[in-house]
Design a protein around this ligand. Structure first.
Ligand code: SAM
Ligand code: TMP
Ligand code: ZN
Length: 411
């Protein structure tokens, strides 16, 4: 008998969340471990469900935020040239549209190393980043960005409103989906946002997760998986309105949502179009999500089969990109150093450590070239173009990439 899947309470509307996928016992996805550490690792149950009232897809168990976002948080947003260009474009767009009035003010939650606000700073526009992870906040500061080392929430946002006045733009990239306390966030946005300001956030899209079976987008930090339908319901719940949506090619497929106070801006045609598209494909239906869960099990079995076969054939197999996403893959599929000799990654804070849970060594890209392995599993599949362009010599040497998104195959 399959285990009865659990329920939880929706973090937006308090409706009942029904689980549709259980990814089992998982570590913190960004807790890269010192090789000589004997500290106990933190584990939690990673499972995802859908709210029967507002259709929001969300984890059914959350990890305390201080365990994830702290001094040692290793993710550097500026590690990809494609993402640097993406965020420079975001900043330029705000400078040309929302930030043209007298003394405009923009606030970002999760500014990380200043990848977006750096361009705002160079333009001389008033700004503030909220970044609770101390070391990356320091990098932003070194680039001239104004940062408050704190979580954005009701109280901190209200303090900024009192001290610095209203913001024309509040922006968050790959951060709103990390936050299982939207009530506090929306109270903070309500306090800080100018009457006709916009709250803009971009995060991985449920539509792409389902189309690509990219189950590795589900991990401790990714508490919500948004769709136009669920974001519209969330906006309404907190007195806001979804007024624009834009599909983005980054991170495997995202949507940028623009919210305004209810009744303040005319929603664009793109909102109605995307809602209709989601409705037509039954994106948020439980049946669709259960189908996604079945595809995840197929990908797991195919990936383990391929890696075991290659290892048996005596091939050298490694992985590329010690992504947070890969913690879900390695721990759910039970893939350790016996199947992947190492993971190479360009982030200094991850190198010479071990991956969470499965303890695969993380090495710098120089080790990948010395000598090239036979196969490399592309964990950073969302950066495929950039990585393959940088590593052309790997293929010339006879090496082959392995992908598991949307299905397992040798490229
Ligand atoms: N915006 C960057 C990007 O898109 O590359 C960074 C994204 S990173 C995945 C998420 C960031 O959000 C982390 O740097 C984390 O410390 C920060 N964060 C988490 N909760 C937050 C909160 N309540 N307020 C502000 N930042 C937060
Ligand atoms: P992300 O998918 O969460 O952005 O993480 C990408 C990881 O891949 C991050 O640890 C940096 C690493 N990376 C490389 O090692 N080489 C590269 O060329 C790029 C773009 C990323
Ligand atoms: Zn709900």
């Amino acid at each position: 008998m399959p285990r009865e899947l659990a329920t939880a309470t929706c973090r937006v509307c308090e409706g009942t969340v029904h689980e549709f996928l259980d990814l089992g016992r998982q570590p913190l996805s960004d807790a890269f471990r010192e090789p000589d550490s004997d500290a106990a690792e933190f584990f939690f149950r990673l499972a995802v469900g859908r709210c029967e009232s507002c259709a929001m897809v969300q984890l059914t168990e959350s990890v305390p935020r201080e365990k994830m976002f702290h001094e040692d948080y290793p993710y550097h947003s500026s590690g990809s040239s494609v993402m640097r260009e993406h965020f420079a474009g975001v900043a330029r767009r705000f400078l040309e549209t929302e930030l043209t009035g007298p003394d405009p003010f923009i606030v970002e939650m999760g500014c990380n190393d200043g990848v977006m606000l750096g361009t705002i700073h160079q333009a001389g526009v008033r700004h503030l980043g909220f970044e609770p992870s101390g070391r990356v906040a320091e990098l932003a500061r070194a680039g001239g960005v104004r940062v408050r080392t704190a979580f954005f929430e009701d109280s901190t946002a209200s303090e900024v409103r009192a001290a610095e006045g209203p913001a024309q733009v509040i922006y968050a990239a790959n951060t709103m989906c990390h936050i299982p306390y939207p009530d506090s966030i929306f109270r903070g946005v309500d306090a800080l946002l100018a009457p006709d300001g916009v709250f803009v956030f971009e995060d991985p899209y449920l539509g792409d997760l389902v189309t690509k079976t990219s189950f590795d987008q589900i991990y401790d930090e990714h508490f919500f998986v948004f769709s136009a339908q669920s974001v519209q319901a969330m906006a309404q719940h907190y007195g806001f309105e979804l007024v624009d949506v834009e599909r983005l090619p980054v991170h495997g497929g995202e949507i940028r949502y623009t919210l305004a106070r209810a009744g303040k801006r005319e929603p664009s045609a793109a909102v109605a179009d995307l809602l209709a598209e989601e409705d037509a494909r039954g994106l948020s239906e439980m049946e669709t999500l259960r189908g996604f869960a079945a595809s995840v099990l197929r990908v797991r079995d195919d990936l383990v089969d391929l890696l075991e076969r290659l290892r048996k054939d005596g091939c050298s197999v490694v992985a590329y990109g010690a992504t947070a996403k890969s913690a879900t893959v390695t721990n759910f599929c039970d893939i350790g150093p016996e199947l992947l000799s190492y993971v190479c990654d360009s982030t200094p804070a991850k190198q010479h450590r071990m991956t969470p849970g499965k303890h695969i060594p993380v090495v710098p890209p120089t080790a990948f070239r010395d000598p090239y392995p036979d196969y490399a599993l592309l964990f950073a599949w969302n950066h495929a173009e950039e990585i393959m362009a940088n590593e052309q010599e790997f293929r010339r040497s006879g090496g082959r990439w392995i992908s598991y998104v949307p299905n397992v195959r040798v490229l």
